[in-house]
Design a protein around this ligand. Structure first.
Ligand code: ZN
Length: 308
């Protein structure tokens, strides 16, 4: 099966992972994790979000984390999730250079909550995009639940196209397809990824999978077969989705790194260091993290132990 010789991973544990934890980490703890991720080789990291601090208190110190590191780390792209133009303003104030907007692909969900279609929501992002352009901040967009949603099941491809075109209209061509509800399936992923790559060659794509039903790694494999090369993952498989009942964490970083190690797909990231970070989070969060590799270890280590 086709697969790329190398992929880029974005660690989203500091945002998607920690935002669902009852324990709120301090700025110093987050900076320590961030430095560890950079040391392990990550070149793209989602540091936090600029959502309303009352709604997402776990992310309220994102501004302080950016300030603590002077806004940037050379050679590493640090991004934050934002809800609207106010998020751009906060990014400017703390030195963050890259932000990401998000819209739900579910028409029913969007109309119920915001009284407009997803494409209309994206058109409303123009103000944020203009502010980002004026400030020299890079801006990208995410589409959550583009494969399927709890409200309508499979999302029609034409609905996804409409949202992509709305993003292109406001000047965004870096787009993340985010299976927040964990309902994507491998062949559906292959079909949608093949479709969007062919129809929108001007776009750069990210794929974001949750392992709610155990299909995240399989979805990554078929997305790679369709030519995708950029994926989000979270240390220890941390994460969830506040809107979806029973939602589980993101695909675990060490599980994706292990897949890549076994299949000779270059990531530039040291899996041993990531396993250490995931293990050490137990001390900060008060519970151990769940991933296949934390439980079972690497295949390589098993072979080495048996043959020595
Ligand atoms: Zn997520």
């Amino acid at each position: 099966m086709n697969h790329p010789s190398s992929i880029t991973l974005c660690e989203v544990g500091l945002r998607d992972g920690l935002q669902n934890e009852p324990t709120i980490l301090t700025t110093d703890q987050k900076v320590e994790i961030l430095r560890g991720l950079v040391d392990a080789g990550f070149k793209v990291i989602e540091v936090g979000s600029f959502m309303h601090p009352v709604k997402v208190p776990q992310m309220a110190n994102t501004d302080d984390v950016f300030k603590a590191i002077g806004g940037e780390i050379p050679g590493v792209q640090l991004r934050a999730l934002i809800p609207n133009k106010r998020g751009v303003d906060r990014a400017v104030a703390c030195g963050c250079k890259k932000v990401k907007l998000n819209v739900s692909a579910s028409k029913m969900h969007n109309i119920k909550n915001l009284n407009r279609t997803p494409a209309e929501s994206v058109a409303g992002f123009k103000e944020a995009c203009d502010a980002a352009a004026a400030a020299g901040i890079e801006i990208s967009g995410s589409i959550s639940m583009p494969f399927a949603s709890p409200w309508e099941g499979r999302i029609p491809v034409s609905d996804v196209d409409e949202i992509i075109e709305a993003y292109l209209n406001v000047g965004i061509n870096e787009i993340s397809l985010s299976d927040a509800s964990g309902m994507a399936t491998p062949y559906g992923v292959y079909d949608l990824c093949s479709h969007v790559r062919e129809k929108y060659p001007q776009c750069t794509w990210w794929l974001h999978f949750h392992n709610t039903r155990g299909l995240a790694v399989a979805n990554i494999i078929t997305a790679m077969a369709a030519g995708m090369t950029q994926f989000d993952s979270s240390f220890g498989g941390l994460g969830g989705c506040p809107f979806v009942p029973g939602a589980a964490g993101n695909v675990s970083t060490e599980d994706v790194l292990h897949l890549c190690e076994e299949e000779n797909i270059e990531t530039g990231i040291d899996i041993v260091k990531i396993i250490e970070i995931s293990k050490n989070l137990k001390g900060m969060l008060g519970h151990s993290l769940e991933s296949y590799i934390l439980r079972a270890g690497r295949s390589k280590d098993l072979i080495a132990a048996k043959s020595s």
